[in-house]
Design a protein around this ligand. Structure first.
Ligand code: GLA
Length: 722
């Protein structure tokens, strides 16, 4: 390679500003395809030299020029952009200098290596350790920071990023995901301009309701599903987060990810250490699709509880009954669940409270005893009845919250987050419990564990959280109020840790009035999440498309309900691209609809391994066309499932043939439409025929044969011939 070509190559992939030839110590963090390199300068500061594609020959790392971007900028010194860390020492000095002391790299196994870089202030006993865990085959790097105070007095840490990364590209394109209740994960892409762009949350409990802690950052030009160079990042934190993007005067970009510093300065006494949550990222040179597949694979292997294990299909009663039900009606609904063929019945909100019965959302929250009028024989009876019908039984809980109209509130008014001298502020008529108080944390733990101990057959929990924090003050924290947002989340994790010690594999759905709480900090304790209360399938196409960018299909609970006027087939086909469930009055179904649904459930059982554990190829975005096409392909490339949804299509709208992706070009595949209504025949010209993977990926399929009808869909099974 000529010197000029080498220079362009390095500048392109590693974004390096050339200062002088590399001669200093290097710290290399690498996965199968991604390279993150730091250098230690002559001044003993650590600099990010390169983040990008791994070299074909890693010896080329030694050629990387030195770079001026300090790896973890500390506030109060000469760098005047946003710092990764800023703290006030016990003597009031607001500066920090981080000098390299040492680093270690250890392999935990063949796939994971962890590099720790120890930094120390020369004048103060403050240490910072930068942790980088590299997951080789998934191309994921997980980074977090430890801050240790060994000064005599207390330090006040105001900014404490999980990660700081630097880029040098011509342009930067940010894709973010925002929304609200019932309209989660709307995708938006914009070009970053000079100065600051922040995506953050200050909502506390339901931290992700308006902005989700995930983003894509494409370099030079916008990335699409199959092309473009980009970073995909997410913060594993179930609380306030902040992504800070700042383009400086030389068009370099720094990205700081971590807990939102807003109202969250954290005090550390002598000997105390603060550990930030992890920022998880991947780097792709082949578009968003590959970045998502990397994240999905990592999530199944490491990020989500039992990510490699099958999930349960279920019938939930929320849409069918809301809080108005009794024991007899519920047992009747069990028959509906068996008719559909699902694995589990999930009893939603409304089953508890006696002094203040939970007959609407104004009362009862916090009083987790079965309501005697509705359930005279208790949960245990329901578990047994369900089991007798071959079903598992699960239950809804919202253990972090309380209605003022509850015995819990009456008994423990000091267990609630509220400003002492202001009016209580309600969302959904409820308040948040003060989880920073160990007694309250214990109560929440026992709410869950006692319920499971008393009813050993209980097989599933839906853990809800229906409000964010406002008017927030902890009676327990006294003069340490700025620790509240952080300590709340840490306490929640401790409770979940304790529950998981006792019940390591119990499936639990993470819910927050829909997707108000969706992040990898929580998902290590949960098996799935509720993406949105909006189950209108047209809306769900967009919502599920959004989540699919960062979360694998088996975590995305997708239920067939009566929202929307679309056919049962369209509703079911949309739900089948995630973790299928039902929340519907089966008694209202026509014979055809019921017959279809029973068959669909059987089809799902046959296809779910490919959907849950396969690689996702998003082929046509609903943001680009009036349709959405995506397919899952198993690891062996022997089975694939394709979902095609025609959305609000126009009269005579023309759609091109669709080239499939991810197949083995050498293999022969049989193409078969499935999930047809009883008696319906496929219009697909290729139906029942065999094609090479090469043909399917080159010529593709005409997915809109015949008349184009809005809100119609197709599920196609693609199986390799032996
Ligand atoms: C939230 C959930 C719903 C349902 C209700 C019950 O809004 O998202 O699915 O469980 O609470 O009150």
């Amino acid at each position: 390679m000529s010197k000029l070509v080498l220079f362009i190559y390095l500048a392109f992939f590693c974004g390096g500003t050339v200062l002088k030839a590399q001669s200093n110590k290097q710290i290399i963090i690498a996965t199968k395809n991604v390279n993150l390199v730091f250098t230690v300068g002559a001044n003993n500061r650590v600099y990010q030299a390169c983040l990008g594609k791994r070299f074909l020959n890693q010896a080329d790392n030694s050629l990387i020029p030195n770079n001026k971007h300090e790896a973890y900028i500390a506030g109060g010194m000469e760098d005047l952009l946003q710092p990764a860390i800023r703290l006030i020492h016990s003597d009031g000095n607001p500066s920090l200098e981080l000098r390299y002391v040492s680093h270690t790299t250890k392999n935990s196994d063949e796939n994971i290596s962890e590099t720790n870089i120890l930094l120390q202030d020369p004048k103060y006993s403050v240490q910072v350790i930068l942790h980088y865990q590299a997951f080789s085959s998934e191309d994921i790097i997980k980074s977090w920071t430890e801050i240790k105070n060994d000064e005599k007095g207390e330090i006040n840490v105001e900014n404490y990023a999980s990660s700081m990364l630097h880029f040098e590209a011509k342009d930067y394109w940010l894709t973010q995901f925002h929304g609200d209740w019932a309209s989660e994960m709307k995708m938006q892409e914009s070009k970053l301009t000079s100065g600051v762009k922040e995506i953050d949350s200050k909502l506390g409990t339901r931290a992700d309701m308006y902005q989700t802690p995930v983003f894509f950052l494409a370099l030079n030009k916008p990335a699409d599903e199959t092309t473009g160079e980009l970073l995909a990042g997410t913060l594993a934190w179930t609380g306030n987060f902040q992504f800070h993007f700042e383009i400086d005067e030389r068009n370099a970009l720094q990205v700081i990810s971590g807990i939102n510093p807003y109202a969250s300065a954290y005090k550390l006494k002598k000997g105390e250490t603060f550990t930030t949550p992890a920022f998880i990222f991947t780097y792709s040179t082949t578009g968003k699709g590959q970045a998502s597949r990397n994240l999905h694979q990592w999530a199944r292997n490491y990020g989500v509880l039992d990510g490699n294990k099958p999930r349960l299909t279920l019938l939930n009663n929320w849409e069918a009954t809301h809080v108005n039900f009794n024991e007899k009606e519920l047992v009747g609904l069990f028959d509906d669940a068996t008719k559909l063929g699902v694995d589990l019945f999930l009893l939603d909100d409304g089953w508890f409270g006696n002094k203040y019965p939970r007959d609407n959302d104004k009362a009862g929250l916090g009083d987790w005893q079965e309501n005697k009028a509705k359930l005279p024989n208790g949960i245990g009876y329901l578990v047994k009845q369900a089991e007798a019908k071959g079903l598992k039984f699960g239950i809804w809980l919202e253990p972090e919250m309380v209605n003022p109209k509850s015995e819990l509130y009456e008994q423990h008014p000091d267990w609630i987050l509220k400003l002492p001298n202001r009016d209580e502020n309600y969302q959904r008529n409820q308040l948040v419990l003060d989880l920073t108080n160990p007694k309250v944390a214990d109560y929440v733990y026992h709410t869950v564990v006692d319920m499971l101990t008393k009813n050993p057959g209980l097989a599933y929990i839906k853990w809800d959280c229906n409000r964010s924090m406002s008017n927030t003050w902890s009676p327990y924290l006294k003069d340490r109020q700025s620790a509240l947002f952080v300590d709340y989340t840490l306490s929640l994790y401790k409770i979940l840790d304790r529950i998981r010690q006792k019940y390591p594999h119990l499936p639990i759905m993470l819910c927050s009035g829909g997707g108000g709480r969706t992040d990898y900090g929580a998902l290590k304790y949960f098996t799935e999440f509720w993406p949105s209360d909006d189950t209108d399938p047209l809306e769900r196409v967009y919502i599920q498309w959004g989540y699919s960018n960062f979360f694998p299909a088996l975590t995305i609970s997708s239920h067939v309900t009566s929202w929307g006027k679309q056919s049962i087939k369209f509703r079911t086909d949309v739900a089948m691209m995630g973790k299928l469930g039902y929340d519907i009055k089966v008694s209202k179904m026509t014979d055809d609809e019921l017959q279809f649904s029973k068959q669909a459930d059987k089809n799902y059982n046959r296809l779910s391994n490919t959907i849950w554990f396969g690689d996702l190829y998003r082929i046509i975005s609903p943001y680009d066309e009036n349709r959405m096409v995506a397919m899952y392909v198993n690891a062996e490339k022997s089975k694939a499932v394709l979902f095609n949804y025609n959305l609000n299509t126009r009269y005579k709208e023309v759609f091109n043939r669709v080239r499939l992706q991810g197949l083995d070009s050498q293999k022969k595949y049989k193409v078969e439409e499935t999930n047809l209504m009883p008696g319906a025949k496929s219009n697909l010209a290729e139906n029942g025929r065999v094609f090479s993977g090469d043909y399917l990926m080159t010529m593709g399929l005409n997915l809109t044969p015949g008349k184009l009808i809005p809100l119609t869909s197709m599920v196609i099974e693609i199986n390799a011939e032996n």
